[in-house]
Design a protein around this ligand. Structure first.
Ligand code: UAG
Ligand code: ATP
Length: 533
C-alpha cells in the first residue's frame, strides 16, 4: 500500500507573517496569552501541525478539534483558532486563543493570507460534476504537458507537482491544504493548477479564497444523496462554483437537463458543449459539438467543432465516448483559458514538439498522451479476455461504461462489481439492475464495506440484479480476489471482464481498517495465472 504518512503538500520555505496583524486584519477576538509571534502555516488537523502553525480547532461530527489543542501545541503550534464552544477546551494548552463564531468560514481567506496565494496566482482550472472529474483533470494535465507546460494536479487519486506525488484522502483537500499546496507549487514554478472540486468541497468551504480562471462541468447524476437530501440540493451545491466570486469563466456539457440549467443559471461567461448525436433534436444549441469518429477497446477518436468553423480531430487512448466527452471538456477549458485551438491541435498531432517526458526526442503517436489510473484502464494483454479496471461507482458510470464496451466487442461482458458502504445506499438498486441488464454475467463482490455489513450490501445488489434480468448468470463472491477469478473462469478469448470497484486505490476499507488490495495488481496476477499475460 502506498505511503499515507504525508497527507499534505506544504511550502518548503514559508514566509512567516505577523500573528498580531492576522488578528487585526481579520477582526478576530483574542483570549489567553497575547499573540506576539509570527505564523508560517495553518492546519485543521493536530496530526499535521508543524512548528509555526496556527491550529484551527473545528467542531466536527465526532470531535471538537479544540480538544486536540495540547497535541497541536506539542507539535509546535503558535496559537489556536476556534469557535466560542472550543475556547475552554483550547485554553488548557496555554497558547493564545483566537476566537471567531464560525472558523470554517474564515479558513480559505486565512490560508490565502498566510500562504500569500493571492499574489501572482497561477492559472487555476476547477473541474466538477458527478462523474469524470478525475479523468478531465488528468486530461487537462496531459494536454498542458503536450503544450510544454508542467501543471500541478489535485484529484481523488493523487496530488502532484512535477515528479512529487502524494496519495489523496479526500477528492478536494481542505482549504488549509489547498493553499499550502498552491504555495508549494509556486516554489516549484508551476504556473497552471488543476483542482478536482467535489460538491462537498463547495458546501464545506474547502475552495474558499480561490477564484478559478476556468471551471468545467461534466454531468450530474444520482450520487451523494446521503450528503444532499435531493438532486436539487446536490445540483445547487455544484452551481455555486459557476458564480463570479468563485470563477471567471465556465465550460458546461449541456447534454442533460442539469447541464442546461447550469448554463442558464450561472452568472459567469459560459461556453457550452454538446456531445449528443446529431440526430438529437437539441443538437445545435451548444457552441461546441463532439462527434465520435471511431471507438475501439483502447482508443476513442473524435472531432470537436466550435465557433468560427474551428475544429480539431484527435483521440484518447481509452475506451468510451464518455472519455471523449471528458477530453472535449478539457480542450474547451484550455481554449477558454487563452490557448489557441490550432496550437492544441498541433501539440496533439504528434508532429515534433515535446510531450515533456525525459525520453521524448521528436515525433510520437498522435492523440492525447494520457494515463488515468483505474479509470477504464485496460490491464490485459494481447491474449485472453479484455480486462478493464474502472472506478465506476454510480448508475450513470455503469451505464456508459457497459454501453461503450458493448459497442467495441462481439463477445460476452462479465462484470464484477460491488457498492460502497457508508455512502449513498439509495443508488445500489439501480446499480445492480443496470449491471444485470447491460452485462451478460455479473459477479457481485465487496467494494469498501466500511462499517456496514458487506453481506447486506451484496444482498441489495443481487436482489435488484435478479429482479431486473431474470435468468441472467449472477454470482455472489464476497472476496474480490475470488470474484475476479470467478469472472475469468467463465470468460474466453474475445470476452470482456469489467471490474467496477476501487480503481486506483490500493486498499479495501473494512470496519475502519485499510486492508491492502490493488484491483489492478490482482487483475494482472489472475491473468498471469491463466497464462493470458
Ligand atoms: C462527513 C465529512 O465530510 N467529514 C469530514 C469531516 O470529518 P468530521 O466532521 O467527522 O471530523 P471529526 O473527526 O469529528 O474531527 C473534527 C476536527 O478535529 C480534527 N482532529 C481530529 C482528530 C485528531 O486526532 N486531531 C484532529 O485535529 C479533524 O481534523 C477535524 O478538523 O472533516 C474531516 C477533516 O477535514 C474530513 O476528513 C471528513 O471527511 C470524511 C473523511 C469524508 O469521507 N468526506 C466525504 C463525504 C467527502 O468529503 N467526499 C467528497 C466527495 C468525493 C467524491 O468525489 O465523490 C470529497 O471531496 O472527498
Ligand atoms: N463523463 C463521464 N460520464 C459518465 N461516467 C463517467 C464519465 N467519465 C468517467 N465516468 C465513469 O466514472 C468513473 C469515475 O471517473 P472519474 O474518477 O473521472 O470521476 P470523478 O467524478 O472524479 O469521481 P471520483 O471523484 O469519485 O473519482 C469512471 O471510472 C467511469 O466509470
Amino acid at each position: 500500500m502506498a505511503d499515507r504518512a504525508s497527507s499534505a503538500l506544504r511550502p518548503e520555505h514559508p514566509i512567516a507573517r505577523s500573528l498580531p496583524h492576522l488578528v487585526e486584519d481579520f477582526g478576530f477576538e483574542q483570549v489567553g496569552p497575547p499573540v506576539s509571534d509570527v505564523v508560517s502555516g495553518i492546519t485543521i488537523s493536530s496530526r499535521d501541525v508543524v512548528p509555526g502553525d496556527l491550529y484551527v480547532g473545528l467542531k466536527g461530527a465526532r470531535f471538537h478539534g479544540a480538544s486536540f489543542a495540547q497535541a497541536a501545541r506539542d507539535a509546535g503550534a503558535v496559537a489556536i483558532l476556534t469557535d466560542p464552544e472550543g475556547v475552554p477546551l483550547a485554553a488548557e494548552a496555554g497558547l493564545p486563543v483566537i476566537v471567531t463564531p464560525e472558523p470554517r468560514l474564515a479558513l480559505g481567506e486565512l490560508a490565502a493570507w498566510i500562504y500569500r496565494t493571492r499574489e501572482e496566482p497561477p492559472t487555476l482550472f476547477g473541474v466538477t460534476g458527478t462523474n469524470g472529474k478525475t479523468s478531465v483533470a488528468y486530461l487537462l494535465e496531459a494536454i498542458l504537458r503536450q503544450l510544454g507546460i508542467v501543471a500541478g494536479l489535485s484529484t481523488t487519486a493523487e496530488r502532484r507537482i512535477g515528479d512529487e506525488t502524494i496519495v489523496s484522502t479526500l477528492t478536494t483537500p481542505e482549504a488549509t491544504e489547498i493553499h499550502a499546496m498552491l504555495a508549494r507549487m509556486r516554489e516549484a514554478h508551476v504556473r497552471s493548477v488543476i483542482l478536482e472540486v467535489s460538491a462537498q468541497a463547495i458546501t464545506q468551504h474547502r475552495v474558499d479564497g480561490i477564484v478559478f480562471d476556468v471551471v468545467g462541468f461534466t454531468n450530474l447524476s444520482h450520487d451523494h444523496l446521503d450528503d444532499y437530501s435531493t438532486m436539487e440540493t446536490y445540483y445547487a451545491a455544484k452551481r455555486e462554483l459557476f458564480q463570479p466570486d468563485r470563477a471567471k469563466r465556465g465550460v458546461v456539457i449541456v447534454d442533460a437537463e442539469w447541464g442546461e440549467r447550469l448554463a442558464s443559471e450561472s452568472r459567469i461567461p459560459l461556453t457550452t458543449i454538446s456531445t449528443a448525436p446529431s440526430s438529437d433534436a437539441r443538437f445545435g444549441e451548444a457552441q461546441w459539438h463532439l462527434t465520435i469518429d471511431d471507438e475501439t477497446a483502447d482508443r476513442t477518436t473524435f472531432t470537436l467543432s466550435g465557433p468560427d468553423h474551428r475544429s480539431l480531430t484527435t483521440s484518447v487512448p481509452l475506451l468510451g465516448s464518455f472519455m471523449a466527452a471528458n477530453a472535449a471538456l478539457a480542450i474547451v477549458m484550455l481554449v477558454e483559458s487563452g490557448f489557441d485551438l490550432g496550437a492544441i491541435a498541433h501539440a496533439l498531432s504528434g508532429e515534433g514538439g515535446s510531450n515533456g517526458s525525459a525520453q521524448d526526442d521528436g515525433d510520437r503517436e498522435p492523440g492525447i498522451d494520457v494515463y488515468i489510473p483505474g479509470r477504464a484502464e485496460k490491464v490485459s494483454g494481447d491474449r485472453g479476455p479484455v480486462v478493464y479496471i474502472d472506478y465506476g461507482h454510480t448508475p450513470d458510470a455503469f451505464t456508459l461504461t457497459l454501453e461503450s464496451i458493448r459497442r467495441v466487442t462481439d463477445g460476452r461482458i462479465i462484470m464484477v462489481f460491488g457498492a460502497d458502504g457508508d455512502r449513498d445506499p439509495s443508488k445500489r438498486e439501480e446499480m445492480g439492475a443496470i449491471a444485470a441488464r447491460l452485462a451478460d454475467a455479473v459477479v457481485v463482490t465487496d467494494f469498501h464495506p466500511r462499517y456496514e455489513d458487506p453481506a447486506a450490501i451484496r444482498r441489495v445488489l443481487l436482489d435488484s440484479a435478479r429482479a431486473a434480468a431474470p435468468g441472467r448468470e449472477i454470482y455472489e463472491v464476497a472476496d474480490p480476489r475470488a470474484a475476479f477469478r470467478k469472472a475469468l473462469s467463465i470468460a474466453s478469448e474475445g470476452d470482456v471482464v469489467l471490474y467496477a470497484g476501487p480503481g486506483h486505490e490500493d486498499y479495501h476499507e473494512v470496519a475502519g481498517e485499510k486492508i491492502p488490495y490493488s484491483a489492478r495488481d490482482d487483475a494482472r496476477n489472475a491473468l498471469h495465472e491463466h497464462g493470458w499475460l
